[in-house]
Design a protein around this ligand. Structure first.
Ligand code: FE
Ligand code: FE
Ligand code: ZN
Length: 281
């Protein structure tokens, strides 16, 4: 299976426009917000636009797309109306993603805001149980988090507990964000294999469905979550060479969320492709 590299794209021009952007920068996957990342309102997708994107991707070797839920979603908020918004938004998003078929829907598990991680996990499971539906073609991905504030998902154990708690674990996977796991304290710089072993032991590598490729502005275990361009942060270019060459990560969509415009993303995708082929540039 090939290498599927891409980046986060603006959805403001619609679905097909993102496909054209992706092709232009040499991407064979991409991420996008399903709605305004900070606001609540959502537009439905235009079925013609969706069909045109699917057609564009066919025959071009695209891997699955990795849609991203809004940041305002918090399934373990202490406020009931916030939790209800999260459930409603997730349901609507998954319904409209059916127009694309077989996409990933990545979300931040949530922040327990002082209720404690045990209660937070309970609430996330409650929310997911109202949303996960085996008849849908999308898989919902829990993102590994840096552990900023009261974020759930700083440790693999918390994600495993969520997966173990829901009625339909077959609808769930994990998206590993390289900046986040590093900031959470997992040393992918010096021991990528060890971290993958731990992921496998705690969650199971078959749950790993996508990666966010970001360098980090901050040191190991800093719990900060500040993304940096590939090779310009604490992770360094070698870490990403190890990732794109890793047997156990082969075929997974890898999405850049680095501080870049399209041009910078095109350069990073080319760099990662060179690293994968072992022709260090
Ligand atoms: Fe994210
Ligand atoms: Fe991310
Ligand atoms: Zn982040």
């Amino acid at each position: 299976m090939g290498l599927h590299l891409g980046c986060h794209l603006s959805a403001s021009g619609g679905l097909l426009a993102m496909g054209h952007d992706a092709v232009a920068i040499g991407a064979t996957t991409f991420a996008f917000f399903t709605r305004n990342p900070r606001g609540g309102n959502a537009r439905d997708y235009d079925p013609t636009d969706a069909a045109a994107l699917v057609e564009l991707m066919e025959g071009r070797g695209f891997g699955p797309l990795v849609a991203h839920a809004p940041y305002t979603m918090n399934l373990c908020s202490a406020k009931e109306d916030v939790r209800e918004f999260g459930v409603r938004a997730m349901r609507e998003d998954l319904a409209k993603l059916e127009l694309l078929g077989g996409t990933y829907y990545n979300f931040h598990p949530g922040s327990h805001v002082g209720q404690g991680s045990e209660r937070g996990i309970e609430l996330i499971v409650e929310g997911l149980d109202q949303v996960l539906d085996p008849s849908l073609s999308s898989t919902v991905l829990l993102e590994t988090m840096a552990g900023k504030g009261t974020e759930i998902g700083r440790g693999f154990e918390e994600l495993a507990a969520i997966i173990a708690g829901v009625r339909h674990p077959e609808c769930l996977g994990v998206c590993l964000d390289t900046c986040h796991v590093h900031d959470a304290g997992y040393d992918i710089v010096d021991d990528l294999e060890g971290v993958l072993d731990e992921f496998d032991a705690v969650i199971g590598l078959s749950r790993l469905r996508a990666l966010h490729l970001n360098d980090s502005k901050n040191p190991l275990g800093s719990h900060k979550d500040r993304h940096e361009r590939i090779g310009e942060g604490e992770l360094g270019v070698n870490t990403f060479a190890n990732i794109v060459r890793n047997e156990r990560l082969r075929g997974l969509p890898m999405v850049l969320e680095t501080p870049n415009e399209l041009e910078g993303y095109a350069r990073e995708i080319a760099l990662l492709r060179d690293l994968a082929e072992g022709t260090d540039s």
